[in-house]
Ligand binder design. Structure first.
Ligand code: GDG
Length: 488
């Protein structure tokens, strides 16, 4: 890569999925960069430092498709390499749907009763992690910095070491880390904790997640000690020393705020308001997942209409639910439950010219999503538990008028940064949410503007580029004093 900056350490990012999507353009397949925040932030860093992204390309619907050929065309344009880890259907079933999504996902979101602790899943998880580590070893050199993303791949540093491959490694967990009483239910708890101690840096979304991890580590390895204060601490276990840090992930603030200002997006936002006859709009946006608290949110809106008759006919609730893990029974049931609840509220309260709940079960184009964010008077973000929740931050970034209110679950990682100026609620407390919505709908303009200004400032300053820099500084610098204090 000729245009990389000399002297900078190359970066190798490892994640379950590659940050690309296969799209058909004029009857021919092409690889396009994904639109998520992580790839937006990482792509310029990878281009600047040089490096690679390693991951699974997803299941191909066309067995004759030349995935590697398509990826190599993409790499020459993107300025960094992509390397695939091919997975069989059985591996995807057991490692991805099984271990990752039926064990770690519910357990780490404090929903242990949803876990299915099949030993087969654990074996597949280890086999696939080994497979990934072999590709990482082949595609990297000892001078590269290896940054592993998320709970699917907790064993990368462990397997690299067991192969005798020396690398500087960092791991970032996008979901919460549970407290000891919950983590201890995991049959493979010791092996998972031990594998995480093999990284040189382990990053969490919040200081609380980092504390939970330290609590689990000390339960299982009582000799473990942490030193230091602030966002990053150094841990010693036996003769191993590594760092633990809190690095709250964020969004490309300027991209969201800028898009919301574009005339065509502002027009779309106006059209949404006009279609709803300028009634107040409460907005929920989520992947359809049981951690996001969507049924509880609809019931809270139902409670609002029942308790506060002055709200009937004056407010709309729009819920956008993006299809996710659709082949899994639990998600199918959740979808049915949501549809029934929406039907119940609309059945009870609609009258000609007013339907209280508008429910969209599909993924909206990015511009349309931004238009909804900027049209909404209230961003209602009430996950039962969430690592961060980017929707909360995107809502603030798009609210250029400053007149919106963020009603936020106290169990979203975002609450650690936004609690002072958001309206915090307990997502299980439907009466409490209804009350919060009623109050927020009656807040004075100056009060709303002052709070939203502070929220936007926080998201603007601590954006996704700040997140990448903070993590890399903590991971690559040798001394802890080399990087500034991280505000959490
Ligand atoms: C995991 C952790 C953590 C949603 N609807 C549409 C759409 N979206 C986009 C949003 C947002 C993203 O999906 C959802 O991000 P979240 O952060 O809310 O949630 P997870 O997918 O669960 O992500 C989470 C995150 O990782 C990052 O570390 O915050 O806690 O669970 O960006 O904009 N995008 C489009 N149309 C939609 O209809 N285009």
């Amino acid at each position: 890569m000729s245009d990389t900056q000399p002297g900078l350490q190359r970066l190798v990012v490892v994640s379950n999925r590659l940050p690309v999507a296969l799209k058909k353009v004029d009857d021919a397949w092409a690889v396009k960069q994904g639109a998520g925040g992580l790839v937006t932030a990482m792509a310029p860093v990878l281009k600047n430092r040089g490096g690679a992204w390693i991951g699974w390309a997803g299941a191909s619907s066309d067995p004759d498709m030349d995935v590697d050929g398509l990826l190599s065309d993409f790499c020459s344009d993107a300025g960094y390499d992509l390397a695939t880890v091919p997975l069989t259907k059985q591996e995807v079933d057991d490692y991805y749907f099984g271990f990752s999504n039926e064990i770690i996902w519910p357990l780490f979101h404090d929903l242990q009763t949803r876990c299915r602790f099949h030993p087969r899943y654990w074996r597949a998880y280890l086999d696939v992690n080994f497979k990934f580590a072999e590709v990482v070893a082949r595609k990297s050199t000892p001078d590269d910095y290896i940054w592993v993303q998320d709970y699917h791949l907790m064993h990368q540093a462990f397997f690299l070491k067991s192969m005798g491959v020396k690398r500087n490694t960092g791991f970032f967990l996008h979901i919460p880390f549970p407290p000891p009483d919950i983590f201890m239910k995991l049959p493979w708890r010791w092996k998972v904790i031990q594998a995480l101690t093999e990284y040189d840096l382990v990053g969490f979304q919040t200081v609380q997640d980092r504390r939970n991890f330290m609590g689990c580590l000390q339960r299982l390895m009582p000799e473990a000690k942490a030193e230091g204060r602030g966002a990053v601490v150094t841990v010693t276990v036996g003769n191993r020393r590594f760092r633990l840090g809190a690095f709250p992930i964020s969004i490309d603030y300027n991209q969201f705020s800028g898009l919301a200002k574009r005339p065509e997006v502002a027009q779309q936002a106006f059209d949404v308001k006009e279609a709803l006859r300028h009634r107040k709009i409460i907005l929920g946006v989520d992947r359809l997942d049981y951690t996001k608290g969507i049924p509880e949110r609809i019931q809270s809106f139902h409670t609002l209409l029942r308790r506060y008759p002055d709200m009937v006919g004056k407010v709309n609730f729009i819920q956008i639910a993006v299809p996710s893990r659709e082949e899994v029974d639990e998600y199918k049931e959740l979808r049915q439950e949501i549809e029934q609840l929406v039907g119940r509220v609309n059945g009870e309260f609609s009258f000609p010219g007013w339907v209280p709940v508008h429910y969209h079960y599909r993924s909206l184009p990015h511009e349309e999503l931004v238009a909804y964010y900027s049209a909404a008077d209230i961003g209602l973000v009430t996950p039962l538990r969430d690592g961060m929740n980017l929707v909360a931050k995107e809502y603030c970034a798009c609210n250029n008028s400053g007149s919106g209110v963020l009603v936020l679950s106290e169990f979203a990682g975002a609450a650690a940064q936004l609690q002072k100026h958001a309206y915090l609620v307990n997502p299980y407390d439907m009466e409490g949410i209804a009350k919060a919505l009623h109050r927020a709908l009656h807040w004075g303009r100056d009060e709303r503007k002052a709070s939203m200004l502070k929220l936007r400032e926080q998201v603007r300053k601590n954006n996704i580029f700040w997140w990448v820099d903070s993590f890399l500084q903590a991971g690559i610098s040798k001394k802890l004093d080399d990087f500034p204090e991280i505000e959490t």
